[in-house]
Design a binder for this molecule. Structure first.
Ligand code: PHE
Ligand code: ZN
Length: 870
């Protein structure tokens, strides 16, 4: 066990900074093992007090500390593992320090480190303190000037802002000086140095300024940055048009690196990306990669206003920038790719990641109240639920007031660090509404459960809807309050036609009912026929919904609900019910046939978008089904889901084969949404056909794989072969590896696919792969490809022997030794132990206990393992 229990940081303990740092001048003398960092900070006391200056600093080798030009003796300052403390300072002074650091040895990928022979940085949330002593907190904003010196073989020398000067130095070295005119917190600092190719473009902004755009990538890879560049330009224009936001500097740069703990980072004027979210061409990237690149490039760019110009007062306010920026990138993707399909995909992600988090011991509010390591709070709750909360706000106050409130927010807070309260206050100010109740969405954890009952009187043509809400307790929050919940509702008749109705005398096709307390009733009049109630359209609130709808109502919706989200959802609900009946030993074969019939009609619908049909064809995931089954039995769920897939494959065989042929692509590859939708549907047909394995289907899948001229189809074929198993799969795997062994991003896919393999013996194969020469646990992409995919492989990870759990725990402990942030992100799959059958839950818990009891554990893993056990 650890000797001391780490103490949590609490929101209620927030104090304004004791000192402000007005300007920051840094000089980096870069060397892989012995980088020297000099800092010259102009500092001012904040308010009247006599406190010492306390700066953060970790893993720094002290060289010197001086105040106003005078070197301090050891007795005049204290240096420990976390801080530099200097007492007895004047109200304004210049602090000069020099430290030495070892980027090459930094495998935590936090601070300054080496990736692929290049220097790069990652400072959010608390990495800057591993570079130099500083007030490493988001409410200390400073103007940075950065001089970078290095050997000339580190060809590009980049930092934030504008290039002021560059030149040569003696000894084969060179330098560059960068200045960022916008005050920023240290977490937005970035530096990159090394051999990189450049893709350059320009954009003229709404006021006619020309901005230089540059993307830096591995030598020889600049063609693969073209899609990211195109996405960037579209995102910049979109932010001007939709939010009135113009880019501010004259230069915007993005750098791709292969070793990165997260997805990408919004450093001011110099975004750094995981190369998996930047590089794409048809041969090596799938449509999903293209889709993600578009959305993440936009996300990081949008942070320039929601994150950089306006930042967070403290890390409890993380959703202020993340929830809002996810909302903005989701809106962008909806405009680029179609709102309905985008919404369905976003809700799938929300359910898979956030709903499961919210049902377990790691459940926390969108704005948490305490943490041990903020790195652990880059969660689906803060990002995805944070975005849902803003979407609800917009639904409640309307598009115009939402835009007005955003304008006020940009106006009022530009150049400052602020809080979620202040963000919401902007909307209260523009609407004149009291949004106190709404604010509870930020403070209360848990997913509300909403029930809806309807009663219709054919004589009076009155429909009454009764809604209730309740939220189950979550850790630290035993009692819950009712939240204001927008429920978008429309009515259909028995034939699936839209039925108009009257609400308070106004004729409507659709309305938003706000469920404000624990229960609300509404009455609609003029309802001519017995209605099918289409509720929670567009998933208007992040809740679970239980209604009194019958299967026949769901079939009406599946056939033609004009709200495409609910049309899709009706299919998912029907499938969920059929699979859980089967999993609990009561298969409903008649129901399954009927479901297959209905899907067949959905596939035949000429008006429907192929991307939508692909979503219609895919059953709820095993993880999603596990959330609904109490206690969850992953083996039974897998069997039942496969049985339904087999029935669908049998029933729809002719349709599926016809589509598979008909959708074959003849022209050139285009990554646009419509083309991607057709490929998705074609791959979905093959995936379903593979549920009924026969020689004929193996030939089909093999042909699909071999004929593929883009990665989307190659992976579609390989995936189907995996489901079919056997020799064809084995030889395709070998073929794939040989073909792509020099392409790390493609080899990540090869590892990921094998991690997902649901067939027996998966763990043995995964363990074997950890000894493969291409496996490298210090690279987060490679590690996650194999390990996280295996931990999401419901049927195999939850093997009754517990060996999957043991393997994951061993991996977490090994990785924690050098990269705590990434190790901690592997803990979550064990966190849900209470939701599983007692046999499995006990085994999962035992592994968490073993982790928690390990000597020398990082705070990151300690926090998650102990919370998961609490
Ligand atoms: N702020 C990054 C984003 O855009 C995420 C991130 C957090 C990246 C911490 C690296 C480290 O969402
Ligand atoms: Zn972000």
């Amino acid at each position: 066990m650890r000797t001391e229990t780490p103490q949590p940081i609490r929101l209620t303990d927030y104090r304004p900074p004791a000192f402000l740092i007005e300007t920051t001048e840094l000089v980096f003398a870069l060397e892989p093992n012995t980088t020297r960092v000099k800092a010259r900070l102009t500092i001012r006391r904040n308010g009247e007090h006599a406190e010492p200056l306390v700066l953060h600093g970790e893993r720094l080798k002290p060289i010197s500390v001086a105040v106003d030009g005078k070197l301090l003796a050891d007795s005049e300052r204290t240096i420990d593992a976390e801080y530099l403390t200097v007492p007895n300072l004047p109200d304004a002074f210049v602090l000069e320090t020099e430290v030495e650091i070892d980027p090459e040895a930094n495998k935590a990928l936090d601070g300054l480190y080496m990736s692929g022979g290049r220097f790069c940085t990652q400072c959010e949330a608390e990495g800057f303190r591993k570079i130099t002593w500083f007030a490493d907190r988001p409410d200390v904003l400073s103007r940075f000037t950065v001089r970078v010196e290095a050997d000339k073989k580190f060809h590009r020398l980049l930092s934030n802002g504008n290039l002021m000067e560059s030149g040569v130095l003696p000894g084969g070295r060179h330098y560059a000086v960068w200045n960022d005119p916008f005050p920023k917190p240290a977490y937005l600092f970035a530096l990159v140095a090394g051999e990189l190719d450049e893709l350059a473009d320009k954009l003229v902004t709404m006021t006619g300024r020309t901005v230089d755009l540059k993307i830096y990538v591995d030598p020889g890879m600049s063609d693969r940055a073209a899609y990211a560049m195109d996405s960037l330009k579209r995102a910049m224009k979109w932010d001007e048009e939709v939010f009135g936001r113009e880019y501010d500097l004259d230069l915007f740069m993005i750098v791709a690196v292969r070793d990165f703990n997260f997805g990408a980072m919004e450093n001011k004027g110099l975004n750094i990306f995981n190369s998996s979210l930047l590089l794409a061409d048809p041969a090596t990237a799938t449509d999903l990669d293209y889709e993600r690149i578009e959305s993440v490039v936009a996300h990081e760019y949008f942070h320039n206003w929601t994150g950089d110009r306006i930042t967070c007062r403290d890390w409890f306010q993380l959703c202020l920038k993340e929830g809002l920026t996810v909302f903005r990138d989701q809106s962008f993707s909806a405009d680029m790719r179609g709102a309905a399909v985008q919404r369905i995909k976003d809700v799938k992600t929300l359910r898979a990641r956030q709903f499961s988090e919210d049902q377990g011991p790691l459940s926390h509010p969108v704005r948490p109240g305490s943490y041990l390591k903020i790195d652990n709070f880059y969660t689906a709750t803060i990002y995805e639920k944070g975005a849902e909360v803003i979407r609800m706000l917009k639904t409640l106050i309307g598009d115009e007031k939402f835009r007005e409130g955003m304008d006020l927010y940009f106006d009022r807070w530009d150049g400052h660090a602020t809080t979620v309260e202040e963000f919401i206050r902007c909307f209260a100010d523009v609407t004149g509404e009291d949004l106190t109740d709404f604010f509870a969405w930020y403070e209360q954890a848990g997913t509300p459960n909403v029930t809806l009952k309807h009663s219709y009187d054919a004589d009076t043509r009155i429909l009454k809807l009764d809604l209730t809400q309740a939220t189950a307790p979550t850790p630290g929050q035993p009692t819950k309050r009712a939240l204001p919940l927008p429920v978008r509702i429309g009515l259909l008749d028995g034939e699936g036609r839209t039925q108009a109705f009257l609400r308070d005398g106004t004729a409507l096709d659709e309305t938003v009912v706000v469920l404000n307390g624990e229960a609300t009733s509404v009455t609609f009049t003029g309802v001519d026929a017995a209605p099918v109630v289409s509720a929670l359209r567009g998933f208007s609130a992040p809740v679970t919904l239980e209604t009194d709808a019958q299967a026949k109502d769901r079939y009406v919706q599946l056939a033609g609900d004009p709200d495409l989200f609910n049309r899709w959802e009706a299919g998912q609900d029907l499938a969920r019910a059929l699979i859980s009946s089967r999993a609990s030993g009561r298969p409903d074969e008649v129901g399954e046939e009927r479901y297959a019939e209905a899907l067949g009609r959905g596939l035949a619908d000429q008006a429907a978008d192929p991307a939508f049909k692909a979503l219609l064809l895919s059953l709820p995931s095993e993880a999603d089904l596990a959330l609904a089954m109490k206690p969850a039995d992953p083996g039974a769920i897998h069997e039942a889901r496969e049985a339904l897939r087999t029935r669908l494959a049998l029933h729809l065989e002719d349709d599926l084969k016809r589509l598979h042929i008909g959708l074959q692509e003849l022209g050139e590859f285009s990554p646009d949404a419509a083309s991607a939708g057709r490929r998705a549907l074609r791959n979905a047909t093959l995936d379903l056909l593979a549920a009924n394995p026969r020689a004929e289907v193996i030939t089909l899948a093999d042909g699909h794989y071999r004929a593929a001229i883009n990665m989307t189809d190659a992976m579609g074929g390989l995936n189907a072969l995996m489901l079919l198993g056997g020799e064809a799969f084995d030889s395709a795997l070998v073929d794939f590896y040989e073909r792509w062994k020099s392409e790390p991003l493609v080899i990540d896919k090869w590892f990921a696919l094998q991690g997902r393999d649901p067939s027996d013996g998966a763990l043995g194969r995964v363990m074997g792969l950890t000894a493969h020469p291409a496996f490298d646990q210090t690279n987060p992409n490679r590690l996650r490809a194999l390990i996280s995919n295996f931990a999401a492989n419901q049927a195999q990870f939850h093997d009754p022997s517990g060996s999957g759990y043991r393997f994951l725990a061993d991996t977490i402990l090994a990785v924690d030794g050098f990269n705590p942030m990434t190790a901690a992100r592997l803990v979550e799959p064990l966190g849900g132990w209470r939701r599983y059958t007692p046999e499995l839950g006990t085994l999962m818990k035992a592994e968490l206990q073993r982790i928690a009891a390990t000597e020398g554990l990082s705070k990151n893993v300690y926090e998650l393992a102990t919370k998961a056990l609490a």
